[in-house]
Write a protein that binds this ligand. Structure first.
Ligand code: AN0
Ligand code: CP
Length: 320
């Protein structure tokens, strides 16, 4: 592995899951891999889990870590080529990425979708510009269209918590008043589809009309517009809000009946509730679910450390 931008950079998901679990059992076994290596973590947006878990994983591997919030700690960065830079952006990604590439052996980047221009977001300009000009491996810390470190942690969590050989996993849309990116849902579909292919899970998606995700992510996954029907016999309920892809970036409904309650979980096979966090209590999911033994959200967030460590190990092995 050189870059970790999407599932396409992974050759063996099972091996990566196992590698995460190996680090979880023995976090400091590979300290030699990162000795005298530096990772730069660059944030265009807020983060709790990604920032801390990736830093922790890098430190477990003996790496030095530098973190920067773009626009607050550093100059605003221009991403477009050939423009007259007479507006608010003081520095071009050509120089910024090239310079950071001289200080860092690996760069992790978080840059959310702006949710105004779909083509621009889905072109993944920030990731590609950094990969082009930094000339060091790039790790996706949530880009416009994907959040693969989250999806890997989700796969690890499902492997650990499953009680049947081939669990039924349901991705459900949850209500929210703010337009959120599709990245977490897209990535989860991408990774679950691969797990369906390898016979590890059954997977369905449920959401209100108008919230269809991009076809390249949904693939052949059954989409069920009735949440109760989708929840029947589910082993894992994965909740997430996203804004519309077809009416790009819009909030089409805030229907509270889509929030997950204990009553909804009664339809499942003693189903576990998953969410990437942060989550707004009682807007998207009831307290009674989050505070019950059905909730996996804390374990899922804890597994972000091991997902990051699995990815960094692969990249570091390739560097040496
Ligand atoms: C972000 C999102 O929906 O993409 C990050 C989730 C990991 N969430 C919010 O902006 C609330
Ligand atoms: N799940 C996740 O990526 O959380 P943060 O936005 O806090 O990093």
């Amino acid at each position: 592995m050189t870059n970790f931008l999407s599932l396409a950079d992974v050759t063996d998901i099972d091996a990566l899951i196992q590698s995460g679990l190996t680090s979880k059992a023995n976090p400091f076994a590979d300290q030699h891999l990162g000795k005298n290596k530096t990772i730069g973590l660059i944030f265009f947006n807020s983060s709790l889990r990604t920032r801390l878990s990736t830093q922790k994983a890098a430190q477990n591997l003996g790496m030095n870590v530098m973190t920067m919030n773009v626009g607050q700690d550093s100059w605003g960065l221009e991403m477009e080529e050939g423009v007259l830079m007479n507006a608010d952006k003081a520095e071009h990604v050509r120089e910024a990425a090239a310079v950071m590439g001289r200080y860092c052996d690996i760069i992790g980047i978080r840059a959310f979708a702006e949710l105004t221009d779909r083509d621009k977001d889905y072109r993944e300009q920030v990731m590609h510009q950094f990969a082009k000009y930094a000339k060091v491996p790039i790790v996706n810390l949530e880009s416009a269209t994907r959040h693969p470190l989250q999806s890997l942690a989700d796969c690890i969590t499902i492997e650990e918590a499953k009680t049947v050989v081939k669990p039924k996993v349901v991705l459900t849309w949850l209500p929210h008043f703010k337009p959120l990116p599709q990245a977490v849902a897209n990535s989860f579909c991408e990774w679950m589809n691969a797990r369906v292919q390898s016979g590890n899970v059954e997977f369905v998606v449920t959401h209100p009309e108008g919230y269809e995700l991009a076809p390249e992510f949904v693939g052949n996954t059954p989409v069920i517009y009735n949440q109760d029907e989708a929840f029947e016999g589910a082993d894992f309920i994965y909740g997430k809000n996203w804004s519309s892809y077809t009416h790009y970036g819009q909030v089409l409904t805030q229907d509270p009946s889509w929030a997950v309650t204990m009553n909804d979980l009664r339809l499942t096979n003693n189903g576990k509730f998953m969410h990437c966090l942060p989550v707004r209590r009682n807007l998207k999911v009831a307290d009674e679910v989050l505070d019950s033994s059905h909730s996996l959200v804390i374990e899922q967030a804890a597994n972000r450390e091991w997902s990051a460590q699995a990815v960094l190990k692969e990249i570091l092995r390739n560097l040496i």
